[in-house]
Design a protein around this ligand. Sequence first.
Ligand SMILES: Cc1cc2nc3c(=O)[nH]c(=O)nc-3n(C[C@H](O)[C@H](O)[C@H](O)COP(=O)(O)OP(=O)(O)OC[C@H]3O[C@@H](n4cnc5c(N)ncnc54)[C@H](O)[C@@H]3O)c2cc1C
Length: 466
Amino acid sequence: MKKNSEKSQLKNLPSHLPVLIVGGGIAGAGVFRDLSLHNIPCALIDKKDFTSQTSQSSSKMLHGGIRYLENMDFALVWEALHEKNLWLKLTPHLAYPEKFYLPVYKSSLRPLWMVRIGLFLYDALSSFQNLPHEVASVKETLERFPTLKKEGLTGAGVYSDAVVEDAKLTLECIYDGLVSKNSYACNHTSFTNCVKEGDIYRVFIKDELSGLEREITCDHLVFTTGPFTDVLLKGLDLFPWIPKLMLSRGSHLWFQNDMLKAKGPMVLTPKDGRVIFVIPQNEKTLVGTTEVPGEPNFDQMPSDEEVTYLLNNLKDFFPNADISEEYILGKFAGVRPLVKEDPNATLGKVARDHKVYQPESNIFILLGGKYTTFRIMAKDVVKPLVHKMKLPYRDDLSLQPLRRVSHVIPWHEIKLTKELIQSIIEDEFPKTEEDLIYRRMGLNSEQEYLDMKNQLKTLNITWPWS
Ligand SMILES: Cc1cc2nc3c(=O)[nH]c(=O)nc-3n(C[C@H](O)[C@H](O)[C@H](O)COP(=O)(O)OP(=O)(O)OC[C@H]3O[C@@H](n4cnc5c(N)ncnc54)[C@H](O)[C@@H]3O)c2cc1C
């Protein structure tokens, strides 16, 4: 069998494939894995590194979505809670359960008794697989969050969701797919154009690092290009495409733990009716997110206004903490690829479920959804595709554990050696230092990136791609 590093190079792609998947975020990774588990020869390509866009910029939660209860999206919450609990079992090295505290004040929109009913419903929608909800007293809440505002606090609702290493889960789904014999995955490879020739598609692809261009043919095309889909499809002459997306940008900040001194994750409910998560992980605390109209640009960064919005809300909720930009260790932003089917839907209210479009019988476009439900989203593409090939779809395959684990396990200290880096390069095909440090090693603040870059200089690493 070919090595992973060989199956990741554009020049090694077969000249014809039954399926080509364009876009290697979590949606594309899920489709690639499921097709590969069904032994359907396929390739996954991404213009940048896999998972380098929205799928590494989430709030890093596998969750049912406590706030979707308000929109009465019970089916979505049920599905997401069951998927969360599945992935906690399948990938315990990439996700762990956490108790989230939701502080309630006398001025809160929903009093504690109402929160309690909501949390019971949340547990029920998980078929009671969630760790059961609780109600914490004011004293317990302040012990856990010593710098939290005390005035008017009546207690906290406590429910269970999960923290996930989002970039790694996407990557490990791709590594899992690559275990199958005829599966290929090329990062830094863009889909530039496509023409239809009879029943097949001639696709033009380009290695963005070397400039190498190739043409391959395929029987089926799957687009999992998330927020970039409308721009990409409108630029093609393949079929008419009416834009479907309502892009919503969300930003996050990483802070030093000693700023808020939070001893666990919590959900803040600011006056504007949104929610802000505060999630400590090892020595850093993640705070986010915002919700502003987004643009389909690559490599997003938070605006000054978004940083100010998050800082101001923290100041409101943590008057006893010394909050300032100086504690910021890193920032990131992503764009939610929400599908706007209802013309009156607004950013906060647009449905979070996914849609599959089939403008031609051999083209599938997967849009929207949540990170947490990626397996179901993938199934909604792969099942009809497999049936089209007159093969049976097997539900049990995607329920199996992933077959290949990353070299660097999240939340563990990294012992940097030349052997470790060479193994990562060989097995997990990072092609730039950013790919290696941010996603394969899982370091996600600017300071950690610079420190690691300096350490790597001393190791004299050989890059097969350059
Ligand atoms: C701020 C924020 C917080 C979120 N928090 C959560 C959360 O906590 N939990 C949760 O379940 N969900 C969360 N979500 C939702 C979730 O992150 C997204 O739904 C999901 O990551 C989208 O994945 P995707 O694969 O569709 O898109 P992407 O990850 O953006 O992947 C699309 C890929 O297509 C590639 N591409 C584009 N054009 C081309 C081309 N021409 N050729 C080849 N490749 C191309 C891009 O490079 C990109 O890698 C959050 C989203 C945001 C924005």
